[in-house]
Each structure stands twice: as structure tokens, then as C-alpha cells.
Design a protein around this ligand. Structure first.
Ligand SMILES: Cc1cc2nc3c(=O)[nH]c(=O)nc-3n(C[C@H](O)[C@H](O)[C@H](O)COP(=O)(O)OP(=O)(O)OC[C@H]3O[C@@H](n4cnc5c(N)ncnc54)[C@H](O)[C@@H]3O)c2cc1C
Ligand code: SF4
Length: 581
């Protein structure tokens, strides 16, 4: 397609077309957060347009590889060399393989500019990354919401746990979260379905850690899988998880939560949803007289045609960095530097999770124990550093996750065996136990970690490319060193051997938990969004995906995005009802 700019391809829109293209609410993006906005608005009777840049993906029908066996794929699921070479960024994501590649953005099709290395992993399709997420769902607590004010970084969150508590419950009951009620102050309990079970070695490590370090509880990771569907899940047409762990291909049982299996079809059933795929939002239209946004400019990715849609309320849920891009690109005489960006902070204070540290170890024992199925979660330990007070020479902390499994037929000791009876015998028996442990560290939002628009390069639709300038700092290095030391110690005290700590050195972005750029706060001078996720300066524009996050905690973030979205959508609906927006 020839490069085009929005303005030179804009259609003429008459009054009739304006009516046909007007809705109560526009939601930009159909991923995890956009799906929740759509569900809430449609349930509340509001005519809702969801704009999605990617193609349609319908539950079951569009999961082409969901039931493939390894031998159904040309290289047993491995990617071809050509595919890997063409997609070095996507290829660094562990979930990108021959059976899932159609749910990942290909590097060459959607360029961006890495001023510093940043692996931006994206899923441009109906459902967004909800199809390919790992489904780990842990609530935040006030230890996270109060951290910036307490420790003096970023700005104070304008909300606390109590503001979100009921919305976490609201979301969790619908999504279906498996886990235990663990009674931990810094990982509040969820509304839970039965938990997955830890295996014998994981339980052994759990007990060992708890007796050596009483302030480091280990729990079963909570995750968005239906271990025992309730009536609300059955009403969504979803069934029980079969522990196959082939989820990244899309689940034909609807047993893990995705927009495609849950929120979008639910919203569709109300009759209030219009979903328009192949529709890139170019920018948001601002009316200076009304001091409100009136709609969005859209480019059809198939035809290149440009058009506009209108609504009283606009929710921006394009995922963190694309939400920043859309707002930065929404320029007008009033807002020449991006929508609502009088303070110049739009795109700044991007943070992420530090995933660099991992440890592999061996355990000699439990040789007559095995386990069944492929459990879709790990054992986790909530952050234990700097929780009650600043006690380390680095700020904030890290969550630890680990799992134990018996090595399979392709383990090291089978490699040297000669073909024949000995090899057959070896590979038909499980190998020794191996433990894998990883960190999920909080990074501190900093002004210089930012994204901005390129001044001279655009994509094939004429939209400026995003420039990423995000990096680690000394705090992250110190935290990494602490994890490697403490993780090794905990495994050693649990009786593990051959303990190998490593630093992947991976670039930011590969954690796929990027957040910030449009942060919430109390003061319009130092933040973009108020406590209800409205732009301080344009109250009918809401940002409720990761871009709104003032800090990043140590928990997997998407559950919090969903709760924040449901809360903000209900607030927006009440403002619409009272004509107060
Ligand atoms: C392999 C992997 C594992 C993960 N594991 C976890 C986990 O265990 N727990 C967790 O909490 N999180 C996890 N995540 C992160 C999680 O997927 C994201 O936090 C979540 O999807 C963000 O939701 P979102 O709605 O902001 O964005 P998305 O789900 O990415 O949806 C955004 C949508 O907006 C669309 N869009 C973008 N730009 C435009 C535009 N200009 N116009 C129109 N549409 C647009 C996109 O096509 C996309 O469909 C994981 C991600 C990956 C890839
Ligand atoms: S493990 Fe559960 S959620 Fe994942 S694909 Fe299998 S049945 Fe579906």
C-alpha cells in the first residue's frame, strides 16, 4: 500500500454519516483491558464501538493449531530458520513458535525505533495479547499503592487498594481465578476457584523456605484458569481446564480467560457492541470550543480509507505503548504536543519488570515420585524486600516464581548413550528433578525512560513511528544481584545441588509488562490522569490500560488493568447518565 497521510485520504463526512458513525462510547483496542471496557459499557446499556487494528479472531474457529500434535507441524513446532531470522524481536519471546506465530506481530511489518534496546512484543488482532498471555493474576496491595509516596519516587497514586478491592472481586468472579486464600498482607486474597497443586519437590522447597525464612511465604500462583467453572463461566460457554498447557494457541474449551472467549462475546450478546477490526486509530479529535474530545480518526488497514467515529466518551486501551503513541499523535492547536500534555510528561516515566535473573538447580531425591498433567502456573513468593521499611541498598523488591519437574528424554545424560537397548531404557524413564526459579522485579519509573514520536519516519499508514528510550539502572542491577544470591541460598538450604544462577541480560520489553507514560496522580502539574483515569484536561478521555500506571509493583499487572478498567467504565457510565461529562 502506498504511504498515505490521514488528512489527504480523509473522506467527506456528511450529517447522515455522522449519525451512523456515532456511539455512546468508543473503546480503542480489544485486548485484555479494552474487552473489559466493552463488557461493562454494553452491560450498562451503552452503545459501544470497539476499534481494533488487527484482524477478527473468533473463539475456537480462529485457533487453527489448538489441537495439533507435534507431528502435525513441519518441525514439531519449532520455527523455521527463515521465520526466526526475519523476526528477531518476536523470536526472543518464549511463547513465539510455529503453533502460535499467527498471534504475534512480525517485526518487519510494524517497525519502531529503539534508541536503546527494547523488545516490544505485540499481538495485533481481536483479543490482543489476551490470547497469548501467561494468565498469572495476583492482586496489588497498599504496599504497592503507597510505595511512591513512602519511598519518594514517581508521584503518589491517587487511589488505594480499598478503591479497587470490589472491582478486583467483580473481575475475578467473571474471569475465573484459581488459587488459595493465602491471607497475605502484600498479596491480598482473590475470589478463587480451586488451586492447582504443587508437586512433591515444590512442597519440599516451600516448607524448607518457610522454616528458614518465616517472612517468605510460598504459595501456588493464582491464574486465570477454570479449575471448576461456576454458573457465570458456563453462561459464557467456557469449560474446565484440562491441564494441557497449550494455551498460547487459543483454548477450544475457553478454560483460560481471553477477551475472545469471555468479555467480547458477552458484550456482543447484549446487542450494544459494534466491533470494527482492521481499524487503526490514528488520533483522537479534540474540539476546542467544547473542551472535549469528540471522536477518533481511523484508517482502514485493508483499504487505506480514512474515516471518523464519534462518541461522548473515549476509552484508550491500545496497550501501554500504543496508547502513548495515539495520545502523542493527537495534536491540535490547543495541544500541539499531544492530547492533555500541557505538562510535557506524556510518554515519560515508563517502567517495566526486571526479568533478568533466573536459577536452575538439581535435586537428588523423590526419585519414585511423579506428577500428572501440565499445570499452567508456578509456585510464587511475594516480594519480601523493603516491604515494611526501606532496608536494602536498592529500592522496592521482586516476586520469585519457581517450578520443579523431572527431566525428559532429551536430558543431557541421554546424549552420550549409544542407540539400542540402553538408550531406550534411559529415555523411557524420567530423569532427575530440576528446579527453575525466576525473578519479577519492580523497576522505578524515571523521566528519562520514555517513548516519543519520530520526527521524520512513519509507518505505511503515515503514522509516526514510536521511539523507545528505556533502560535499566543501578537499582535494577543491585536487585538482580540480591535475587541471584537469595534464590541460590534458598535452593541450597532446600537440598538442591548444581545451582546455576544466570543473568539473561535481556532488554527491557521482553517482560511484556511495560507500563506508564500517561500516569495517574493527584496533581495535573505532575500527572496526566485523575483518580478515575480521566485526562485531567479532557475529562471524557479515559486511559485504563498499562499506560495509566504510576508505578509497577512486583505482581503480574493485567488483573489490575482489568479492575481499573471496570471501575473507570462504571464511573464514566454514571457521568454519562447524569450528563456530567
Ligand atoms: C507471552 C506473554 C505472557 C504474558 N503473561 C502475563 C501474565 O502471566 N500475567 C499478566 O498479568 N500479564 C501477562 N502478559 C501481559 C498481558 O498480555 C498484557 O498486560 C495485557 O494483554 C495488556 O492488555 P491491554 O488491553 O493493555 O493490551 P492488549 O491485550 O495488547 O490489547 C491491545 C489491543 O489494542 C490494539 N491496538 C493497538 N493500537 C491500536 C490502534 N492504534 N488502533 C486500534 N487498535 C489498536 C491491538 O491490536 C490489541 O488488540 C503477557 C504477555 C505475553 C505476550
Ligand atoms: S491448559 Fe487449560 S486453558 Fe490451557 S489450553 Fe489446556 S484446557 Fe485450555
Amino acid at each position: 500500500m502506498e504511504e498515505l497521510t490521514y488528512l489527504n485520504s480523509r473522506m467527506n463526512i456528511n450529517g447522515k454519516a455522522i449519525a451512523a458513525q456515532s456511539f455512546d462510547v468508543i473503546v480503542i483496542g480489544s485486548g485484555i483491558s479494552g474487552g473489559w471496557a466493552a463488557k461493562e459499557f454494553c452491560d450498562l446499556g451503552l452503545k459501544t464501538l470497539v476499534l481494533e487494528r488487527g484482524r477478527p479472531v473468533k473463539h475456537v474457529k480462529d485457533y487453527p493449531t489448538a489441537s495439533y500434535n507435534p507431528w502435525d507441524m513441519s518441525a514439531r513446532g519449532a520455527l523455521s530458520r527463515e521465520m526466526r531470522d526475519q523476526n528477531p524481536i518476536a523470536d526472543r519471546c518464549y511463547a513465539f513458535d510455529d503453533a502460535t506465530k499467527h498471534f504475534f506481530v512480525k517485526d518487519s511489518e510494524h517497525p519502531y525505533i529503539q534508541e536503546k534496546p527494547f523488545d516490544w512484543i505485540r499481538g495485533y488482532q481481536e483479543g490482543g495479547k489476551s490470547l497469548i498471555w501467561a494468565r498469572q493474576t495476583q492482586r496489588w496491595s497498599n504496599f504497592e499503592f503507597e510505595a511512591p509516596a513512602r519511598d519518594g519516587f514517581a508521584v503518589d497514586w491517587p487511589i488505594r487498594y480499598q478503591d479497587l478491592e470490589e472491582w478486583y472481586s467483580h473481575v475475578e468472579r467473571f474471569v475465573g481465578i484459581s488459587g488459595n486464600r493465602d491471607g497475605l498482607a502484600n498479596l491480598p486474597d482473590s475470589e478463587v476457584l480451586p488451586a492447582w497443586e504443587l508437586n512433591c519437590l515444590e512442597k519440599h522447597i516451600q516448607n524448607s523456605i518457610q522454616s528458614n525464612f518465616p517472612d517468605r511465604p510460598v504459595i501456588t500462583g493464582r491464574c486465570a484458569h477454570l479449575t471448576e467453572p461456576t454458573p457465570i463461566h458456563l453462561e459464557q460457554g467456557r469449560g474446565k481446564c484440562q491441564a494441557r498447557n497449550l494455551c498460547y494457541r487459543g483454548c477450544p474449551y475457553g478454560a483460560y480467560f481471553s477477551s475472545n472467549t469471555s468479555t467480547l462475546p458477552w458484550a456482543e450478546k447484549t446487542g450494544n457492541l459494534t466491533i470494527r477490526t482492521h481499524s487503526i486509530v490514528h488520533s483522537i479529535i479534540y474540539d476546542q470550543d467544547k473542551q472535549r474530545a469528540t471522536g477518533v480518526r481511523v484508517i482502514d488497514t485493508e483499504t487505506g480509507a480514512a474515516t471518523e467515529f464519534f462518541a461522548q466518551v473515549i476509552f484508550v486501551n491500545a496497550s501501554t505503548l500504543n496508547t502513548n503513541l495515539i495520545l502523542l499523535n493527537s495534536k491540535s492547536a490547543r495541544f500541539p504536543d499531544g492530547l492533555g500534555n500541557d505538562n510535557g510528561l506524556l510518554g515519560k516515566y515508563i517502567a517495566f519488570h526486571n526479568y533478568r535473573g533466573s536459577i536452575v538447580a538439581q535435586y537428588d531425591g523423590f526419585s519414585d515420585f511423579y506428577y500428572k498433567g501440565r499445570r499452567p502456573t508456578m509456585a510464587i513468593m511475594p516480594s519480601f524486600r523493603n516491604v515494611h521499611r526501606q532496608e536494602m541498598d536498592f529500592q522496592r523488591g521482586y516476586l520469585v516464581a519457581f517450578e520443579a519437574a523431572r527431566q525428559g528424554w532429551n536430558r543431557r545424560d541421554t546424549l552420550g548413550a549409544a542407540p539400542g537397548r540402553e538408550l531406550k531404557d534411559m529415555i523411557s524413564r524420567p530423569g532427575p528433578w530440576q528446579v527453575y526459579m525466576m525473578m519479577q522485579g519492580e523497576t522505578i519509573p524515571k523521566e528519562h525512560n520514555q517513548v516519543r514520536l519520530s520526527k521524520d519516519q512513519t509507518d505505511k499508514w503515515g503514522i509516526p513511528l514510536l521511539v523507545t528510550s528505556v533502560d535499566y539502572d543501578e537499582n535494577d542491577e543491585k536487585m538482580l544481584a540480591d535475587f541471584l544470591e537469595q534464590g541460590g541460598l534458598m535452593l541450597q538450604q532446600s537440598g538442591c545441588s548444581n545451582i546455576s544462577p544466570s543473568d539473561s541480560g535481556q532488554a527491557p520489553g521482553l517482560d511484556i509488562h511495560e507500563m506508564g507514560g500517561v500516569r495517574m496522580g493527584r496533581d495535573p502539574e505532575t500527572s496526566l490522569l485523575n483518580r478515575w483515569n480521566q485526562l485531567h484536561l479532557i475529562p471524557n478521555v479515559f486511559v485504563t490500560d498499562g499506560a495509566c500506571m504510576t508505578s509497577v509493583g512486583t505482581q503480574n499487572p493485567s488483573l489490575t488493568f482489568m479492575a481499573i478498567t471496570a471501575r473507570a467504565a462504571n464511573h464514566a457510565a454514571s457521568l454519562l447518565k447524569s450528563q456530567d461529562i
